[in-house]
Design a protein. Structure first.
Ligand SMILES: NC(=O)c1ccc[n+]([C@@H]2O[C@H](COP(=O)([O-])OP(=O)(O)OC[C@H]3O[C@@H](n4cnc5c(N)ncnc54)[C@H](OP(=O)(O)O)[C@@H]3O)[C@@H](O)[C@H]2O)c1
Length: 338
């Protein structure tokens, strides 16, 4: 049984904790919070809660939430820590993980150099087996790697051009924006291009990122050049072999991110999560070696199955297919075509 700790129990951390709880080969030893808020109260019903340090431990005690100790205690009893703290904090935490001689998985807000290998279950599992530090790439990069990998595997990909229309912030955040502006990233390529190369062997990647006032999902418009000719039917057939991609159609009533999020609620998923990347079939265009399509990415949850597989990879489990299948089966991710 793999003993897992979750440091940071926000948007990503609490979802990863729930997903780990479903696995037969791993268990959550504890989660770390800084604030004794409503999320901590609910977490304490399911998990051992640890405070981030002695100072926050006192605030837990005074607010009536029974904390089991601090992060320093938790690192003594886990094999691997999934670090889901806000971006930039991982570097500091890494020192503690090193000192405690445990493995750690960081998230996409950290720089790639924090880990020996960046992780996507489809495209970089094998290179990640047995490492001490991994980093699951961001929600956007995960979305790109998921749908490009099957194309690369079957047809070869030599260049990618993608426009990423990014949600402003997550639905539980009332502080960030923009709420009435469109905000392009003024650097070309945006950081997503170089990031994609950390998990996928593609030479030429150009990305542009534009933030818009929505909290539901990101939308990507992708154009790529393949090595061999591609037809629409063959491409949909390839995507359909990968459960974490859902080809769907506007004709089924799924013409915007609102309906796609509603679909996830119809699936009965906790928090209305869509772990899969939704690709609009009507948007798929192929001509010779050119492929274009539009996809939607649920930023709060697409990286969650990747974190589960990253735990198996980092612990030395080398059967990629079985890890992905076990994760998918336990999380209710199966082949869908809408
Ligand atoms: N949100 C997304 O869409 C998304 C998608 C993919 C990847 N990521 C990446 O995932 C990572 C986490 O992002 P998130 O969106 O989950 O952040 P978040 O919702 O802000 O959650 C961060 C968590 O870290 C905790 N925290 C804050 N300071 C801490 C400290 N000093 N020690 C321990 N924990 C601390 C917070 O605890 P309290 O609540 O108790 O303060 C909170 O539980 C980032 O690298 C981010 O870039 C985010």
């Amino acid at each position: 049984m793999i003993k897992v700790g979750i440091n940071g129990y926000g948007t990503i951390g609490r979802r990863v904790a729930d997903a780990v709880r479903l696995q037969k080969d791993m268990s959550i030893i504890g989660i770390v919070k800084t604030k004794p808020d409503y999320v901590a109260v609910e977490a304490a019903r399911m998990f051992n809660v640890y405070a981030s340090d002695n100072e926050t431990l006192h605030t837990f005690e005074s607010s009536g939430i029974k904390a089991k100790g601090t992060l320093n205690d938790l690192v003594q009893s886990v094999d691997v820590m999934v670090d889901c703290t806000p971006e930039g904090m991982g570097e500091k935490n890494k020192e503690l993980y090193k000192k405690s001689n445990i493995k750690a998985i960081f998230q996409g807000g950290e720089e790639a150099k924090i880990a020996e290998q960046s992780f996507n279950a489809y495209s970089s599992y094998d290179k990640s087996v047995g490492k001490q530090f991994l980093r699951v790439v961001s929600c956007n990069t995960t979305g790109l790697a998921r749908t490009i990998y099957p194309i690369m595997k079957k047809f070869g990909v030599n260049s990618v051009d993608a426009t990423l229309i990014r949600r402003a912030t997550d639905p539980n955040d009332s502080k960030k924006g923009p709420i009435n502006a469109v905000e392009p990233s003024l650097k070309f390529p945006s950081h997503h291009g170089p990031d994609l190369k950390t998990v996928l062997d593609v030479k030429d990647v150009g990305t542009v990122a534009i933030k818009v006032p929505t909290t539901l999902m990101h939308v990507h418009s992708i154009s790529l050049k393949t090595d061999s000719e591609v037809s629409k039917d063959k491409l949909i057939e390839e995507w359909s072999k990968f459960n974490r991609i859902i080809p769907l159609s506007g004709k089924s009533g799924l013409s915007s991110t609102s309906q796609i999020m509603d679909l996830a609620r119809e699936f009965g998923r906790k928090r209305g999560d869509l772990f899969e990347i939704a690709v609009w079939k009507e948007s798929l265009f192929t001509s010779g070696n050119t492929v274009r399509y539009i996809q939607a990415v649920h930023q709060e949850s697409d990286v969650v199955p990747e974190n589960v597989d990253a735990i198996r990879a980092i612990m030395g489990y080398s059967d990629r297919e079985k890890s992905i299948t076990d994760t998918d089966n336990t999380m209710g991710i199966f082949r869908r075509d809408l």
